[in-house]
Design a protein around this ligand. Structure first.
Ligand code: 1GP
Length: 266
């Protein structure tokens, strides 16, 4: 079993039926000059992690963004890379993604072989991640770039079997992602089904717009909820979203406490 500091924290959340909250910053969408402000908001909200990564890397400012963030915050930075080019030792950990919902050999093993020397030399905490893309009701960048078909949103049993396969192969985490900017986030039914039947921590993201949705995802069994787009539009959501994740206790009986929708209205 992996024993890095961040993975140990995530295992503890899973063991205690609790959840954390991560902000996703896409280095192509945020300027290094904005990282100080983002870091302060994350500090005030006691965000658990900053995820850094994107499906493209056009601006080449990721290392500078991480440095600026770290100058203001002790919150760990976890790489969520769209490609091996985004692996940098400036972060604390790396989600070492294997796209197990797809059948694209490059994303199952090809890119891993090419980037192995770089990853080994990075000194990063490497968290082996079974990455599962769920249909988000729209063609997302990740579903296009991966050249792999997402799992239908109404097939939780396929998601569960895929997560089981990842767990059996030794992945340390499962990440259910509807894709950045998804029209429909991963359903609570799917989160519940997967979370209840795996022993490793579960990350959920894609298309989450409101603190209520964060809360519902957490109650359903997400150990870490990741939000990018909604926070880019309104950074002040960070506080309520982080609070919602911490307030949630995973218990199927709690479902239904919060019935607000995911349209951004309260
Ligand atoms: C995508 O889960 C992340 O990989 C975040 O998605 O940008 O839609 O919040 P959003």
């Amino acid at each position: 079993m992996a024993t890095g500091k961040i993975y140990t924290q995530l295992r503890t959340l899973k063991a205690q039926n609790k959840s954390g909250f991560a902000v996703l910053a896409d280095p192509d969408k945020i300027a290094p000059a904005d990282m100080q402000y983002l870091a302060r908001l994350c500090n005030d909200a006691q965000v658990d992690y900053l995820f850094m990564g994107g499906s493209l890397l056009m601006a080449h400012q990721m290392e500078l963004c991480i440095q600026r963030f770290k100058a203001e915050s002790d919150i760990p930075v976890i790489l969520f890379p769209g490609s091996p080019a985004q692996v940098t030792p400036y972060a604390d950990a790396l989600l070492y993604l294997t796209l197990i919902s797809g059948r694209n050999p490059e994303l199952l093993i090809g890119q891993h072989v090419m980037s192995a020397p770089q990853v080994k030399a990075s000194g990063l905490e490497v968290i082996s991640t079974g990455y599962i893309i769920i249909d988000g009701g729209i063609q997302t960048t990740v579903s296009y770039m991966s050249n792999a078909m997402p799992i239908p949103a109404d097939k939780p049993e396929i998601a569960l079997c895929t997560a089981w396969a990842g767990e059996l192969q030794g992945k340390h985490i499962i990440y259910l992602d509807a894709g950045s900017g998804a029209r429909t986030p991963v359903t609570e039914e799917m989160i519940r089904k997967v979370s209840a039947h795996i022993e490793i921590p579960l990350i959920v993201g894609g298309g989450i717009l409101t603190p209520e949705k964060v809360y519902e995802n957490c109650v359903a069994g997400a150990n870490l909820v990741v939000v990018g787009n909604a926070i880019e539009r309104d950074p002040l959501l960070i506080r309520d979203m982080a609070q919602a994740a911490k307030a949630a206790i995973q218990n199927p009986d709690n479902l239904g406490i919060s019935k607000q929708n995911n349209t951004g209205q309260k």
